[in-house]
Design a protein around this ligand. Structure first.
Ligand code: HEM
Length: 490
């Protein structure tokens, strides 16, 4: 633990609240894009196909990027005010880098109509597409700026905690693997930050390689890249970064929930092994996205199957039992922060379970590229990490004091009900074989699929309206509290 003075803490707080307000503006805007996609799929209003795919691209890249950014910002705040020295001025450079990257992506997608999806499956961005040529360059450069900003912050975090806690091996908790107890206790947030931020570094580096290859092809159109290699790199990047976002959130869960329950949540040998194992398996779990690629070496398909099962068990099981151990018969008051943590972990488990179902090769043959896929990742993003991020925002809004935390109101309940309703429509879509990434279902010859897909999308629009109403109500108090939190005195 470190001690910092009030002025330093105020600087950290100001940077964090800047991030928080930016997130709170971008989040509903990206939801609106999602809503427009469901409106088109539900045949309520006709939106051109090119608009649909540029919305989908901005929505997917934007949501994943914004959530990763706010997760890094939250972690940096907590580490910098309590555990190790984190630079605020560097934090502003990272912030401006992310803002420039986001503005570039908005221009590339909404004006240039770049619409190759977040995964930009090679050679789709370059071959016979309807989007403008310049939109490719702008989008690739913007992603590069985002990647550089994230990489700088990740390396800074790793360097800072390694310096404070006795080196790299120590922050990964390896001192717990021996027979004797370690001489100095490691806070659990440090272990989980190390694992998740290190995984993020690998992911961002892969993303940078992908992006630079795309830029090379952009400037030299005669270049031919290997589509299978590109798909492996892209999915390694995408799968790892969203998982790392979730784990970063879990890092502050381990630090903050004990303040509400009054119980310690320490690292043990099992916890250290679980998080190290998760780090290892998560790097290979992305392979389940390539089951349908018959040219992928067969051995990698088996590796993907096993890594998907194993990656989902250790950290999840240890965290679930940890949360139960924290809450069971504790005298926790059910205010916003612990409720959001509990529901967030539940969403992580539900979405994670649906993901494991889909990552089973035999099941994947039926569910691949149906709406089951967005169903599972939207569950652990929207009802998992988003809730855990909101828990952190409310915690800061309460000035890091559990006695200032507010009760969950109708707005929050409406948000959760709307979200699960919206997710249910995706799951039902998966079960009825409705394909994903279709701008609408009118071109599907099988009438029942067309009609069911459109009906489920229409109902989803009603639930998304609940989500937006719930959020508006939550925002009315949260933004006020966040702004008030800037005036704190130590
Ligand atoms: C209420 C909130 C949300 C709504 C209404 C929404 C809506 C949608 C829709 C309609 C699609 C297209 C589904 C299809 O394949 O047919 C989609 C895709 C996607 N969404 Fe969301 N979404 C929401 C929240 C989120 C969140 C929190 C994330 C966080 C990462 C996210 C990330 C994505 C991604 C990565 C895709 C895939 C894009 C692609 O295939 O390129 N969404 N969303």
């Amino acid at each position: 633990m470190i001690q910092i003075n009030t002025t330093e803490k105020q600087q950290h707080r100001k940077l964090f609240v800047t991030w928080a307000i930016t997130f709170l503006i971008l989040f509903p805007v990206l939801i609106l894009l999602g809503m427009l996609m469901r409106i088109k799929q539900g045949e309520i209003i006709d939106i051109s196909m090119s608009k649909f795919y540029s919305f989908m691209t901005l929505h997917g890249l934007g949501m994943a990027g914004v959530l990763f950014s706010i997760a890094l910002a939250s972690l940096s705040y907590l580490l910098g005010t309590r555990y190790s020295k984190i630079s605020v001025s560097l934090g502003y450079y990272v912030y401006y880098g992310v803002v420039i990257g986001v503005v570039g992506l908005v221009i590339g997608t909404l004006i240039g109509e770049f619409g190759a999806g977040w995964y930009m499956l090679y050679p789709l961005p370059f071959k016979g597409a309807y989007w403008t040529d310049w939109s490719l360059g702008v989008s690739f450069f913007s992603i590069l700026i985002l990647g550089v900003a994230w990489l700088i912050q990740c390396l800074h975090i790793l360097n800072s905690i390694a310096k404070q806690y006795g080196g790299f091996k120590n922050i990964l908790g390896w001192q717990y693997l021996g027979k004797s107890e370690p001489a100095q206790e490691l806070p659990s947030i440090i272990l989980i930050s190390a694992v998740s931020v290190l995984a993020s570094v690998f992911a961002v580096l892969a993303g940078a390689v992908m992006d630079i290859l795309f830029l090379m092809q952009y400037f030299e159109p005669s270049l031919e890249l290997d589509p299978l290699m590109m798909k492996n790199i892209i999915f390694f990047f995408g799968h790892t970064i969203v998982n790392a976002t979730m784990y970063i959130g879990i890092a502050w869960l381990y630090a903050i929930l004990p303040e509400f329950t009054g119980r310690d949540w320490k690292i043990t040998k099992v916890v250290a092994i679980a998080w190290n194992a998760t780090f290892f398996f998560i790097l290979f779990a992305y392979l389940h996205h390539l089951y349908m690629d018959f040219v992928q070496p067969l051995a990698l398909q088996y590796v993907g199957q096993m890594a998907s099962y194993f990656s989902s068990v250790p950290a999840t099981a240890v965290t679930m039992f940890g949360v139960i151990g924290q809450l069971y018969r504790s005298k926790v008051g059910w205010s916003m922060v612990p409720v959001m943590f509990l529901l967030g972990v539940a969403g992580w488990a539900i979405g994670g379970f649906a993901a494991v179902v889909d990552s089973t090769i035999a099941v994947n043959r039926a569910l691949h590229n149906t709406l089951w896929v967005p169903a599972h990742f939207h569950t652990y993003m929207l009802m998992g990490i988003v809730l855990i991020i909101f828990a952190f925002l409310y915690y800061i809004g309460a000035n890091e004091n559990k006695d200032n935390d507010i009760e969950p109101g109708w707005g929050f309940k409406t948000f959760v009900t709307g979200s699960y309703g919206f997710l249910l429509m995706f799951y039902l879509g998966g079960l009825f074989s409705i394909p994903r990434r279709f701008s609408d279902y009118a071109g599907i010859d099988t009438q029942v699929i067309h009609e069911t897909g459109a009906l489920l999308a229409k109902i989803a629009v009603v639930f998304i309206t609940f989500i937006l109403i719930g959020l508006a109500s939550m925002y009315s108090t949260l933004i006020k509290k966040l702004l008030q939190s800037l005036k704190f005195q130590a």
